[in-house]
Write a protein that binds this ligand. Structure first.
Ligand SMILES: *Cc1c(COP(=O)(O)O)cnc(C)c1O
Length: 389
């Protein structure tokens, strides 16, 4: 059975809920136990079944089961945001004296966590070039515990050779983590050597810009228990409604993603041919430097891509962005709506790789609006850019 079919029903157990197709939203803190003996028994396996709201409810378990199916891993742990998933996974495996290899193109708040929090806890981070591949062996140290990947890279979209990195990391005794938010459904992390995959479910899984949610998935029972124990120790407890929205969004993920990707490819190709544009950063484009790796490792794409304009004054770029009808200015992505952000300047920090765009850079999310309408919006935007603001 195809994954697209399996995730329609993954984690749902109508027989437990009077036949209801979707699991109910459990609003729970206290769980009542029938006897002291039952309380003691549940304490022996605190993460199985209902013990206390913070450890999980049937809504949690349904979401976690469904995302594990999506990712192709052993089992998942839900968190209150994508960033909480990333920090929760890192904290489960790093302690004072350990070394972390972090991809230079990581989501910026991930980088900030390494610099501001992990450093204070005695964990040393080395950033590495996203295109390093098997060359990461040279950066491995005896105390390197985690190699963290994100592919394509945040804002600049470099595709990583995850299987080569994973092989080198494992040879050096480290585990491999991946922020797989862009590759939801289309990149199978565990088949490519990843041990822990994190989804910012806020993006495509929720898919409607109305909830914050993260999910960590582990390759094996041992890794899962480490993640779950650590996340539980920190007291993370994602909201019941949010988990339900994640589960609901997941059911339509394949059909939404196909549309997002088709529209993005059409817009990316069109933008590539425009005189105002220097480069389009979207691995499905044949012209993209990461295209071959993307084709080898991904079964599809999503609606998120970057654009580097030819040199232009800031006022002209601002006029282009301010005047869009459909591409709204806002952070996040993966919802039904088209979005754009300027990425020039301090929002892109690179210390281990080169980033020298010819002109201003932007990030677009192609939403579910009609592609003709979106292209017209871009065309009018490029006219504003040409008029100079
Ligand atoms: C948005 C994002 C996150 C963080 O997710 P939140 O739910 O906003 O905390 C992590 N990684 C990537 C690649 C993202 O785009």
């Amino acid at each position: 059975m195809k994954k697209e079919t399996r995730i329609l029903h993954a984690g749902s157990h109508p027989e437990r809920f009077h036949g209801a197709v979707n699991p109910p939203v459990y609003h729970v803190s206290t769980v009542l136990h029938p006897s002291v003996a039952a309380m003691e028994t549940s304490g022996k396996t605190p993460f199985e079944g209902m013990r206390y709201g913070r450890f999980g409810t049937p809504t949690t378990f349904a979401l976690e089961e469904a995302v594990a199916e999506l990712e192709g891993g052993h089992r998942s742990v839900a968190t209150s945001s994508g960033l909480a998933g990333i920090t929760g996974a890192l904290m489960a495996f790093l302690k004072a004296g350990d070394h972390l290899l972090m991809v230079d193109t990581a989501y910026f708040p991930t980088r900030k966590f390494c610099d501001d929090v992990l450093s204070g806890l005695g964990v040393e981070t080395t950033y590495y070039d996203p295109l390093i591949g098997g060359g990461i062996t040279a950066l491995m140290r005896p105390n390197t515990k985690v190699v963290f990947t994100e592919s394509p890279g945040s804002l600049t979209f470099e595709v990583q050779d995850v299987p080569a990195i994973a092989m080198a990391a494992h040879a050096g005794g480290a585990i491999v983590m991946m922020d797989n938010t862009w590759g939801a459904l289309t990149f199978q992390p565990f088949a490519k050597g990843v041990d822990i995959s994190i989804q910012a479910a806020t993006k495509y899984i929720v898919g409607h810009a109305d909830a914050m949610l993260g999910v960590i998935t582990a390759a094996t029972p041992d890794l899962w228990l480490k993640v779950k124990s650590s996340v539980a120790a920190f007291g993370h407890s994602p909201g019941a409604e949010e988990m339900y929205l994640g589960l609901r969004g997941l059911r339509t993920l394949p059909v939404r993603l196909r549309q997002h990707a088709a529209t993005a490819l059409r817009l990316a190709r069109w933008l590539e041919g425009r005189p105002e544009v220097d480069r389009v950063l979207y691995p499905p484009l044949e012209s993209d430097p990461g295209h071959d790796l993307w084709k080898r490792d991904f079964s599809g794409a999503c609606g998120l891509f970057g654009v580097i304009l030819k040199p232009a004054p800031k006022a002209a770029v601002d006029a282009m962005l301010d005047g869009f009808d459909h591409f709204k200015l806002g952070f996040s992505w993966g919802g039904f709506e088209s979005l754009v952000i300027p990425t020039t300047g301090h929002s892109i920090i690179r210390t281990a790789s080169d980033w020298a765009p010819a002109g201003p850079s932007l990030r677009f999310h192609a939403g579910l609006e009609d592609a003709d309408d979106l292209q017209d919006d871009l065309e009018r935007g490029l006219e504003r850019l040409g008029r100079g603001g």
